[in-house]
Design a protein around this ligand. Structure first.
Ligand code: RIB
Length: 328
């Protein structure tokens, strides 16, 4: 029977470089989101540090990694608040640029009483990110991973993936918000972490149950990615690599706000992999971290520390997917 690995003792903090977005999240809590033409009265409004890149950097740091964040904010109060938030988590912000012509990125997030959200992003200064390839190569030297997503300009993300590949730094990509990926980039991706919607968009295959997610993940693995993880929210996640497909269920929890659950999962997964864990152990740590995240409100305030994850209930055991059944 599969047991949770003892992840409490481990080697020195791995170094992870995160390239991505920083957004101030304007969070509106509502009973249910209004339909077109409807006006509804909300419960509260708050401004909370977020952005997929920044959230993933915070998650890596709270899981014990040494993190360098590369991104761009505006010369405004939100930008300063975003920098301060990262610095409070011990994240190196020396590679954060300030764009004096664009406002810091903003996300408008509607969160319903059932914890589900709807997000609209105005990229602002995230769109002003300009990388210098030689500087980037120096920043990636010795890093266990380059973690990146698609909330930064695509040309910059592609440049970063190619620089990491040349420098021998494994790339962990979260293709969110989903966009097509150039054919030449696929073999440069070490680990692809995506949700069921993104998996469907990239493969055309339905991926909203473990067996289907495994088939979609296999199709992505066949494009040259070494490891694929498809997250399924309350259904856990499916891990796909050369050894096959495994489904890891999630614990049943009451979701207050699902914002940043995927980012929390990814940060925990990245830090565990960078510390030498197996893909399955890393996925399980990510699921436990994500389950804690959804029980708290807000993006960065809800990302748990490693100690809290280790104190949380162990997971149910993984099920090996019946590969005959899932092969097309
Ligand atoms: O993944 C959650 C994040 O998506 C939010 O914090 C928001 O800023 C958007 O980037």
């Amino acid at each position: 029977m599969e047991q949770d690995r003892d992840t409490s003792a481990r080697p020195p903090a791995p170094h992870i470089v995160v390239l991505g977005s920083l957004n101030m999240d304007l969070v509106l809590r509502v009973a249910t989101a209004p339909v077109a033409g409807e006006t509804c009265v909300g419960r509260s409004i708050s401004a909370v540090p977020g952005g997929k890149g920044a959230n993933q950097a915070v998650s890596c740091a709270r899981q014990g990694a040494r993190v360098l964040m590369i991104g761009c904010v505006g010369d405004d109060d939100h930008g300063r608040a975003m920098r301060d938030a990262l610095a409070r988590d011990g994240i190196d912000t020396s590679a954060l640029r300030t764009d004096t012509t664009l406002p810091t990125g903003t996300a408008l997030i509607l969160v319903e009483d059932n914890g589900q959200n709807r997000i609209v992003i105005i990229g602002g200064a995230n769109g002003g990110l300009q990388l210098d390839a030689s500087e980037l190569r120096a920043q990636l030297a010795g890093a266990a991973f380059l973690v990146t997503q698609f909330e930064s300009p695509m040309a910059q993300v592609e440049l970063a993936i190619m620089a990491a590949h040349e420098a021998g730094c494994p790339v962990l990509l979260n293709p969110s918000p989903v966009q097509p990926i150039a054919e030449a980039l696929w073999p440069m991706i070490d680990t692809l972490v995506l949700n069921e919607v993104e998996a469907h968009a990239l493969t055309g295959l339905s991926a909203d149950a473990p067996e289907q997610a495994a088939a979609a993940g296999r199709a992505l693995h066949a494009r040259g990615v070494r490891r694929v993880v498809v997250t399924l929210g309350a259904q856990g996640a499916v891990a796909i690599d050369a050894a096959g497909e495994r489904h890891h269920p999630a614990p049943a929890v009451r979701a207050v706000d699902t914002t940043a659950a995927g980012d929390t999962f990814l940060g925990a997964l990245a830090t565990e992999l960078a510390s030498g864990a197996s893909l399955d152990d890393a996925v399980r740590q990510g699921i436990r971290a994500g389950a804690l995240c959804v029980q708290q409100a807000g993006a960065q305030p809800s990302i748990p520390r490693r100690e809290a994850v280790l104190r949380s209930a162990p997971l149910p055991h993984l099920s090996l997917l019946p590969s005959d059944w899932t092969r097309p």
